[in-house]
Design a protein. Structure first.
Length: 251
């Protein structure tokens, strides 16, 4: 039987467990920005009262207004730290490890414009690493549909970007395809439809035989047969290596 004393002790224990994720209000925008910059650079400086772990959300938008909408949504969150630029930035939200993706999706779901987000989680001492990871994932995501991306959803592309000599070879391999727009469109549609030729042909509004012809030309130019799952992954990563955009993140 639980006594009143037991209930109070349990409450105290829960408060101690959850307290690392409580951040006292930081009203000054400049102070929040400086705190975010310091933490993301790997300098902890023993700040008191800050959370022990954060979701690091790197984001970019197609317009400055869309980016401003992200900042507007987190402006009233006393726990959020923000390092912002013109069309992108970083949002730090205190959370447990299994909550970071959900927080990012919830935030993205409240937006109306074209916004790309990449989210990583780290204890405070590792936030510089999380920043680098989220930034690279965002570069990959920016070539895809707007949404929320994690490292696990772009692992192959991420690994190649971290190996410049491999990325360079893949970029050279795919260059002849990139130079011919119909072939590039056919390959991108085929990748987007996970190798489904009928769906890819519908996406492009062309006959399936036309798509097959273009995919054969892709194979002839690269040596990779798009209808092979392994080769299609190689071609997809090669496109990332060739065309991975820079994103407008603050330094």
């Amino acid at each position: 039987m639980t006594t009143v004393l037991d209930s109070r002790l349990l409450t105290d224990v829960l408060r101690d467990i959850l307290s690392p994720f409580d951040l006292p209000p930081v009203e000054d925008v400049a102070t929040r920005r400086q705190l975010a910059r310091t933490l993301l650079s790997g300098r902890d400086n023993g700040f008191e009262g800050l959370a022990l772990a954060y979701a690091v959300i790197a984001f970019c938008a197609s317009t400055e207004d869309d980016a401003a909408e992200v900042l507007k949504l987190v402006r009233d969150n006393d726990e959020a730290l923000v390092l912002d630029g013109a069309r992108g930035g970083y949002v730090l939200l205190p959370c447990a490890q299994d909550q970071h993706a959900g927080l990012a999706r919830e935030l993205h779901g409240r937006l109306g414009g074209e916004v790309w987000m990449a989210v990583a989680w780290a204890p405070r001492r590792d936030l510089a690493t999380a920043r680098a990871t989220a930034g690279d994932v965002l570069r990959i995501a920016a070539g895809r549909a707007p949404g929320v991306y994690e490292l696990r959803s772009v692992l192959a592309d991420f690994a190649v970007l971290r190996q410049p000599h491999v990325a360079e070879r893949l970029a050279r391999m795919i260059e002849p395809v990139v130079a011919q727009q119909p072939l590039l469109d056919a390959l991108r549609a085929f990748i987007a439809e996970d190798g489904n030729r009928a769906a890819a042909a519908r996406r492009l509004d062309i006959h399936r035989s036309t798509l097959d012809h273009r995919l054969r030309l892709v194979e002839r130019l690269t040596g990779c047969r798009p209808t092979s799952p392994r080769a299609l992954l190689t071609l997809s990563v090669a496109l990332t290596a060739h065309s991975c955009p820079e994103v407008p993140l603050p330094h």
